[in-house]
Design a protein around this ligand. Sequence first.
Ligand code: UD1
Ligand code: MG
Length: 451
Amino acid sequence: MSVRAIVLAAGKGTRMKSARSKMLHELCGRPMLWHVLRAVRDAGVADVTVVTSAEVAEYVAGLATGTGGQTIRAVRQEPQLGTGHAVGVALGAMPREDGTIVVLNGDMPLVDAALVREAIEACAGSLALVTVRMPLPSSFGRIVRDGSHVARIVEARDALDDELAIDEMNAGLYAYDERKLRAAIAELRNDNAQAEYYLTDTVGSLVASGLRVVPVPATDARSVLGVNDRVELAAASALLNRRLCEHHMRAGVTIVDPATTYLEPDLTFACDVTILPNTTIGRGTRVGAHSEIGPNARLSNATIGEHVVLTDSVVVDSEIGDFSIVGPWAHVRAGARIGPGARIGNFVEVKKSVLAPGVKAGHLTYLGDTVIGERTNIGAGTITCNYDGTAKHQTTIGADVFVGSNSSLVAPVTLGDGSATGAGTVVIRDVAPGDRVVGNPGRRLPQKEAT
Ligand code: UD1
Ligand code: MG
């Protein structure tokens, strides 16, 4: 039997006080909606309809469809007349089938696949409703029971005092028999405090038609936390980050302080990686075994080898080879490939450069668009002058070269294997292998014509 999902993501999110849709505010480096779609995908639901505003539709269109065989389509809801109306709009765009439809609020980024699966399995041709016990007061809809059976949901804004005292809440995750959902949505009315069509009213109407609703209690209230404002966003981010840290710690990573270690989904850490405080790691970064990252590091789309020590540094879109030492205060970026066994030290920026094994650049250096051979030593203050004001040029430095402190290498230029420059040399011509050069002649350049 088919299982499809509807994700509700068109709401204005007015409580965020933002020009951007609530769904696109990020937690752990990904939009809120991304996390919900991931849970749905991991629950094995292959067909997802997202009810969206124009802005969110654009985001959904940009998502890779077909990943893991999943189809994601966006359906615009304009105007936004409530969660029940949103489901009606989605159903209008979905061909009729006999099966289960999971409906989730898009603002529950901590929802996990297991809970979605549980709802699907509990549905069995009826309506499974995920419920959660929460401390009062709460803005969540309350589950009103008739004896032991679920009777209806009352929204907090419409609830009477004795209903507000109920601490069993509606999580915002439902699994419906499709035919029953279509029938109940068609009957919704908007005679309530917000003049909206509430999805939650389908519960009472289905019960009135003789259906027995199956409550699915969420054992961990945190997984159904709704994010409605930026305070809740920060709280959910912290919980999600903690969950990611715990996942990696259980898999063999030492995280000295999870509270100041910021991770994104889809990172790869080998065994015995250590992450020191105040470190942010994202965009599919991979770290090899026994490497130590931090304190104060930022890695994004980085591939770090084994036994690397990287402190107080930034590595973006770059690779660091095994046994290399990076930092403190290095900046490696834009497709740089370093090592193995390299040493990139204090205040060194490496951009779009390839450094062979054993290269040392210990202090105060800029290496841009450069290829460097094995064991070469780059003295403190060396700069590759790769930009002439119009274009970028390449510097090629051979193996076993000694570049003296404060050398300026004016690209395009090549220093042959085993060559050397003295301190303060401005290299404007190629240096042959084994040659030694020194000095800064300060030759007179052709002058600009007077205008
Ligand atoms: C909703 C539930 C409430 C539940 C709570 C859990 C209703 C009426 N109430 O309240 O019982 O306890 O979630 O978090 O469903 N949306 C649309 N189109 C609309 C309105 C909303 O797509 O016209 C989307 C929003 O983007 C959001 C979701 O539906 O992702 C829920 O809407 P929201 O306004 O956050 O409802 P709550 O007040 O949180
Ligand atoms: Mg909400």
